[in-house]
Design a protein around this ligand. Structure first.
Ligand SMILES: [Ca+2]
Ligand SMILES: [Ca+2]
Length: 199
């Protein structure tokens, strides 16, 4: 992590440093630059989601080493246009364990159950060494909530099970893109500081 908040890591294991910005490493505005110089390729969540998500309206992505194996992992979620009282199930909601390619292909895919996500971010709910995923989403009937999926040695806990349930929190504001109740881990919480140069 550089002082300007760019994460520098080799994401696709080709031996060349790649860069992830902005500092939150999350959201629809996430940009990943693979490689440098002439071979540089910039991609965003829509490039990473793959065929199953390309026609879906809202695409969000988060980069973190959720299983702490030293390779950055990609969480990507794509949801169609929101409609009525019922939450929309995401068409794609999965953790792809790194290394992962510029097309978002990882070593393995792991589905993560989330209610219609509107914002996702990396958080640290249980203060272990694994980054957690926090999602602000629509639960239906006008209720919004922030839920967590905990990081662990297998990546992310995919289900809304007993272990994850205590972290459900009904949002203090509703209908906002990113509410005040959205947890925020410090960007440097899981990424050591490094120089702007080589990383
Ligand atoms: Ca690379
Ligand atoms: Ca990893």
């Amino acid at each position: 992590m550089t002082s300007s908040g760019v994460l520098v890591a080799d994401l696709d294991a080709d031996g060349t440093a790649d860069r992830v910005s902005p500092a939150t490493l999350t959201g629809a505005g996430l940009t990943i630059a693979f490689g440098s110089g002439d071979g540089r390729k910039e991609v965003g969540p829509r490039d990473l989601v793959g065929d199953r998500g390309e026609d879906l309206e809202n695409v969000l992505a988060v980069v973190a080493d959720f299983d702490q194996d030293g390779w950055m992992d990609l969480f990507v979620v794509a949801t169609d246009t929101a409609g009525g009282d019922d939450p929309v199930d995401p068409g794609v909601s999965e953790l792809r364990l790194g290394p992962f390619s510029a097309r978002g292909r990882g070593q393995s895919d792991h589905p993560v159950d989330l209610p219609e996500p509107r914002a996702v971010t990396v958080a640290d709910h249980d203060h272990d060494r694994y980054p957690d995923l926090a999602s602000y989403g629509y639960e239906g009937d006008g209720v919004y909530a922030t839920v967590a999926r905990l990081g662990g040695e297998k990546g992310l806990d995919g289900d809304a099970d007993e272990g994850n349930r205590p972290y459900t929190k009904t949002a203090e504001q509703t209908g906002r893109k990113t509410p005040g109740s959205m947890p925020q881990a410090r960007p440097t919480a899981f990424h050591p500081a490094c120089d702007d140069g080589t990383g």
